[in-house]
Design a protein around this ligand. Structure first.
Ligand code: ATP
Ligand code: MG
Length: 326
């Protein structure tokens, strides 16, 4: 069966790193059909809207989407696109690579963040001149779904530790429910299961990131803790991410359009290529995903480097080296 992949480079370095990832995917010869879609600042200038309906539909109907970045229009583009794929899980690996400066070189963990509710449900009210409230929405169904996804992810990717971040000592009902859902799913696999208070976890992650594998988080905790861990491995140019829906998904680097270096041909393509590897994993091409990650790892260790990693190589040089390593 041919897989249809929506390809949406967007603005700035998106237009430089997405083609690099496509080159790598094409080298694997898996018979993917790539369909281009337009979105971002340049589209808004030309047509008055940053995300045309046809691009939204393309992502909604594709088997998977590769997205680069959007500049000023980021919120108008990426939020609807994540909704187009009905994304309930945000997956963000933070891994240190040999040869790349990292605060904690032993870091190799993955955040699985609930992506639909919690304090992001948008339930805020001004009650009086003095009082404003925020409702934190936690459902059994969404908690169960993220827990199942997280534990399956740990199993499929060989992680031996699964930790659930929570604050159920304070948010007894909401995080109590979240924890219960995780506990109901835990214990069926080949991993050690742990629960951690999110504040203490923040400290422990900085001191001993090597103690953790998959970390399942409610929405806001996942947002903050995954950024914290990103700081441990250093280098925005290295961090991939996935937005997973029930039968569709979108893969994008954590970095944005990097207008300061756009057009110079020196963007680090690693985060985008690693995002493509996550797509391969998700689509059942685990062997190929590992090949791509190994190739990127080898190049990071002793291949050409872009300026963000202290080298003077171009995007094309690094992509070429990854293709050679493949
Ligand atoms: P945006 O508004 O699109 O997020 P930004 O100005 O926040 O743009 P980011 O893309 O978030 O820029 O990048 C922040 C910094 O990291 C910039 O200096 C950028 O050049 C650098 N950077 C980000 N991604 C890469 C990459 N792939 N290769 C090299 N440098 C990068
Ligand atoms: Mg940014």
């Amino acid at each position: 069966m041919t897989h249809r992949i929506a390809v949406i480079p967007g603005d700035g370095i998106g237009g430089e790193v997405v083609p690099a990832a496509i080159e790598v995917l094409e080298a694997l010869d898996l018979g993917f059909e790539f369909v281009d879609g337009e979105a971002g600042d340049y589209v808004k200038e030309e047509r008055g809207e940053a995300l045309p309906q046809e691009t939204y539909d393309l992502a909604a109907e594709a088997d998977a989407t590769l997205f680069g970045a959007a500049g000023e229009t980021a919120a108008d583009v990426i939020l609807p696109l994540r909704e187009a794929v009905d994304s309930f899980a945000n997956v963000r690996p933070a891994r240190a690579y040999p040869g790349v400066d990292a605060v904690k070189p032993a870091t190799d963990l993955v955040f699985v963040r609930e992506n639909t509710e919690g304090v992001y449900a948008g339930i805020e009210d001004d009650l009086t001149d003095d009082v404003t409230t925020l409702t934190r929405l936690i459902t059994e169904s969404a908690s169960r779904r993220i827990a199942e996804f997280g534990f399956e992810y740990a199993e499929a990717n060989g992680f031996s530790d699964v930790t659930v971040a929570h604050k159920a000592n304070v948010m007894r009902k909401t995080d109590g429910r979240f924890l219960e859902a995780c506990e109901a799913v835990a214990g069926e696999g080949d991993y050690e299961y742990d629960e951690a208070l999110m504040d203490a976890l923040a400290m422990h992650l900085i001191m001993h990131p090597e103690d953790y594998g998959v970390v399942i988080c409610p929405n806001l905790a996942g947002d903050m803790l995954s950024d914290l861990a990103a700081g441990l491995v250093g280098g925005l140019g290295l961090l991939p991410s996935a937005n997973i829906g029930p039968d569709n998904a979108l893969f994008e680097p954590v970095h944005g359009s990097a207008p300061d270096i756009a057009g110079e041909g020196i963007a680090n393509p690693a985060a985008m290529i690693l995002s493509a590897a996550m797509m391969l994993d998700h689509m059942g091409y685990g062997g190929e995903a590992t090949q791509v990650r190994d190739a990127v790892t080898a190049v990071l260790e002793d291949g050409p480097r872009t300026p963000d990693l202290g080298g003077d190589a171009s995007t094309a040089d690094v992509t070429e080296a990854v293709l050679d390593a493949l």
